[in-house]
Design a protein around this ligand. Structure first.
Ligand code: BTN
Length: 133
């Protein structure tokens, strides 16, 4: 009985890990706001690098590339962008976390913005990123 339960447990673990999707890198993604994500490097631990080009209406720091750093494990994906480059410093940072399902990364994000008086504003939302051919 004990052996049967162990065998079943191993079978379930193997099936779950085999079905978890892994993030394709290099790859190119567009979200529903028109923003672009280019992923160009990933290491053996799942740490990846890329660029984020923001085209979302109503936000600052648009149309130039910002460095993106992230981590993926199984179908989980987490990445962050510090909105500072040679062109602009928006004194803000975004963090996305979510899951890769099929050709879509479904995420929730948090945008932290430092105000002129030193306080931090927090905005939350959802983005989904579609893998582009
Ligand atoms: C800022 O406005 O301070 C910097 C740009 C923030 C862009 C946000 S991040 C979450 C959301 N998804 C996008 O594609 N752009 C906005």
């Amino acid at each position: 009985m004990y052996r049967l339960i162990t065998a079943l447990f191993v079978l379930v673990a193997v099936t779950v890990s085999a079905s978890a999707q892994s993030l394709p890198v290099p790859s190119y993604w567009l979200n529903q706001r028109g923003s672009e994500v280019k992923l160009y490097n990933i290491d053996a631990q799942g740490h990846f690098l890329g660029v984020f080009i923001n085209h979302a209406a109503g936000f600052a720091c648009q149309n130039t590339p910002y460095e993106l750093r992230g981590h993926t494990w199984g179908d989980h994906v987490k990445f962050a962008v510090l909105w500072k480059n040679w062109a602009q410093d928006c004194k803000s940072m975004s963090v996305w976390h979510g899951r890769l399902i099929g050709h879509t990364i479904w995420t929730r994000w948090v945008l932290y913005t430092k105000n002129i008086n030193g306080t931090i504003s927090i905005l939350r939302g959802k983005d989904n990123f579609q893998l582009q051919p």
